[in-house]
Ligand binder design. Structure first.
Ligand SMILES: NC(=O)c1ccc[n+]([C@@H]2O[C@H](COP(=O)([O-])OP(=O)(O)OC[C@H]3O[C@@H](n4cnc5c(N)ncnc54)[C@H](OP(=O)(O)O)[C@@H]3O)[C@@H](O)[C@H]2O)c1
Ligand SMILES: *[C@@H]1O[C@H](CO)[C@@H](O)[C@H](O)[C@H]1NC(C)=O
Ligand SMILES: *[C@@H]1O[C@H](CO)[C@@H](O)[C@H](O)[C@H]1NC(C)=O
Ligand SMILES: *[C@@H]1O[C@H](CO)[C@@H](O)[C@H](O)[C@H]1NC(C)=O
Length: 292
């Protein structure tokens, strides 16, 4: 108990201060004006809402998902809302050839890339894990591996623009939850990969920001159907959620939290992890890997 008081509380306090006073720069919608943005999983839900915000802000957007019909509608609505340009490229993210080529095509359509918003997920229902290896593989491929492939393909353009990668994750990618093991595995993997890459970018001076978005329950049709009768909690609005994700990316924040209470947010921030990451970084001979 004494230990708790002596160390844990001050550290928590520091984090609290960090979260609430580190709002260094204020978001302005003009920050996105003329910016070239890719949004994946944009045929519905949070992705669709992000496309509309970006359109209103005057960005160039390329949206993707599998359903052409929905994407067509999203693109025409984006144009109505004032997008600098709007295009869609339909395809399935388990097809890594499509995934790689998609980024190149999107870059050609917009003449570069400023922000890559990775948001799509494969469908999954809430259930006890019943040895469905194929569903684990599908989740890892669509929800994780394709994110890596997309960011690898986008990196040359993002380096040129000092751009941003925005990774949409979940509370289920930070804490263990029953009934969604394959989904959780893929979301934890995103944190492991992209948070590690962020450390590398920082020491190798790659000026591409990585924003991990930790979302609580959001009122998309998919989520409402999935949790119905299984998980009781109020859902936050997808439009506001979409805006917070864009803000986090534009402000180059490392992580954003949306749809959870203040206390949940504070604990999810995991001060112990952040402290250890800082301390362990000193043990590496990273200079060995930096070729100037
Ligand atoms: N809603 C929530 O409560 C909640 C909570 C935490 C985190 N999140 C995260 O927020 C993000 C968006 O969630 P959402 O609720 O908006 O989901 P959603 O409405 O179901 O949208 C998912 C999008 O991904 C696309 N998609 C699905 N399978 C695909 C595939 N194999 N290849 C390419 N695209 C595919 C879908 O379009 P097609 O079917 O046309 O391909 C759709 O555009 C996800 O990363 C999710 O994990 C959501
Ligand atoms: C996802 O959707 C496909 C096609 O509709 C269906 O066959 C599959 O069972 C669904 N998977 C899960 C885990 O719900
Ligand atoms: C990227 O950042 C570097 C260093 O701050 C700057 O010199 C360069 O002009 C920037 N490039 C763009 C396209 O903003
Ligand atoms: C990185 O890029 C951002 C956005 O262009 C710029 O504001 C910032 O000064 C750059 N940082 C460094 C260290 O070059």
């Amino acid at each position: 108990m004494a230990y708790l008081k002596k160390y844990l509380l001050p550290i928590l306090g520091l984090f609290m201060a960090y979260y609430f006073y580190s709002a260094n720069e204020e978001f302005r919608p003009e920050m996105l004006q003329g910016k070239k943005v890719i949004v994946t999983g944009a045929s519905k839900g949070i992705g669709e809402a992000m496309a509309y915000h970006l359109a209103k802000m005057g960005a160039h957007v390329v949206v993707t998902a599998r359903s052409k019909e929905n994407l067509k509608k999203v693109v025409s609505h984006c144009l109505e809302l004032g997008a600098a340009s709007a295009h869609y490229i339909a395809g399935a993210m388990e097809d890594m050839t499509f995934t790689e080529q998609f980024v190149v095509k999107a870059g050609q359509l917009m003449g570069g890339l400023d922000m890559l918003i990775l948001n799509h997920v494969t469908n999954s229902s809430m259930n006890l894990f019943n040895n469905e290896i194929h569903h684990v593989r599908k989740s890892m491929e669509v929800n994780f591996l394709s994110y890596v492939v997309l960011s690898v393909a986008a990196l040359p353009m993002l380096k040129q623009s000092n751009g941003s990668i925005v990774v949409v994750s979940s509370i289920a990618g930070k804490i263990a939850s029953p009934l969604i093991a394959p989904y959780a595995a893929s979301k934890f993997a995103l944190d492991g990969f992209f948070s590690s890459i962020r450390k590398e970018y920082s020491v190798t001076k790659v000026n591409v920001s990585i924003t991990l978005c930790v979302l609580g329950l959001i009122n998309t049709e998919t989520a409402m159907n999935a949790v119905s009768g299984v998980f009781e909690r109020e859902a936050a609005p997808k439009e506001e959620c979409a805006l917070e994700i864009i803000k986090g990316g534009a402000l180059r924040q490392e992580e954003i939290y949306y749809g959870s209470s203040l206390w949940t947010t504070l604990l999810l921030g995991n001060p112990g992890r952040k402290l250890l990451e800082l301390l362990f970084l000193r043990n590496y001979n990273i200079d060995k890997f930096i070729n100037n």
